[in-house]
Write a protein that binds this ligand. Structure first.
Ligand SMILES: Cc1cc2nc3c(=O)[nH]c(=O)nc-3n(C[C@H](O)[C@H](O)[C@H](O)COP(=O)(O)O)c2cc1C
Length: 202
């Protein structure tokens, strides 16, 4: 299966098909192999799978009802503006897995600690959004390898969704929702611009 060419946005799923927490964890784990700036992995996932969770999400969705009602889960991808708080966790893991010497870890942490106060918050936010887009794309392809389909969803109240989910809106900024489930329709084919319309050759 070529997930790159076969993926389509699917908006209606079989509501009887749920995804176990184990499988969802594996899917998110594989998706998280996505690259990110300085490997800071600013994406945070809110897996909205329960009826209560979906009720919480409902008022801040704009349209996209069929995905909410029929998907196994709506995965809200948030951009953590305080991603550097997890730098030690990331580098400690690299050391314990034998991927990085301890002194390199210490140097990196020192340089991040010195750098963070001088960072432009706007650039941190925009950089994190790029990383969230990459993980979202990877999530959609990984889902297909597990036999599920997805739909990227930007149609929601970006100002209020984080608060509605009970999280800190000053720390987390919404990037995208990805609905996931077993498809109950084929979706429709879509065209793409010709490369001549999108590419500058220098
Ligand atoms: C950032 C973004 C936001 C989107 N928002 C929605 C949405 O709110 N509802 C929806 O049904 N599809 C949404 N889509 C899906 C696009 O309509 C779809 O990707 C596009 O038409 C191409 O179709 P395909 O995904 O089947 O290839 C969104 C896609 C992206 C990348």
């Amino acid at each position: 299966m070529n997930t790159l060419t076969e993926r389509r946005s699917i908006r209606v799923y079989d509501p009887m098909v749920k995804i176990s927490k184990d499988d969802m964890t594996k899917i998110l784990d594989e998706a998280s192999r996505a690259p990110s700036s300085m490997n800071m992995q600013p994406w945070r996932f809110v897996v909205v799978a329960s009826d209560e969770g979906k009720k919480q999400l409902e008022p801040v969705l704009k349209g996209n009802r069929t995905q909410l009602e029929t998907s196994a889960a709506m995965i809200v991808i948030l951009n953590d503006l305080e991603k550097y708080q997890l730098a030690e966790t990331i580098y400690d893991k690299a050391v314990s897995e034998g991927l990085m010497p301890k002194d390199v870890r210490d140097r990196q942490i020192r340089s991040i600690t010195n750098m963070v106060p001088s960072l432009n918050p706007d650039r941190v936010e925009k950089g994190g959004l790029i990383d969230c887009g990459l993980v979202a794309m990877q999530l959609m392809h990984v889902a297909k390898t597990y036999g599920y389909d997805t739909c990227p969803i930007g149609g929601f109240d970006h100002e209020n969704i984080v608060f509605a989910l009970g999280l800190d809106p000053l720390r987390y900024r919404p990037a995208l929702i990805v609905s996931i489930g077993k498809k109950a329709e084929e979706g429709y084919p879509s065209t793409r611009l010709d490369i001549k319309d999108t590419t500058f050759w220098l």
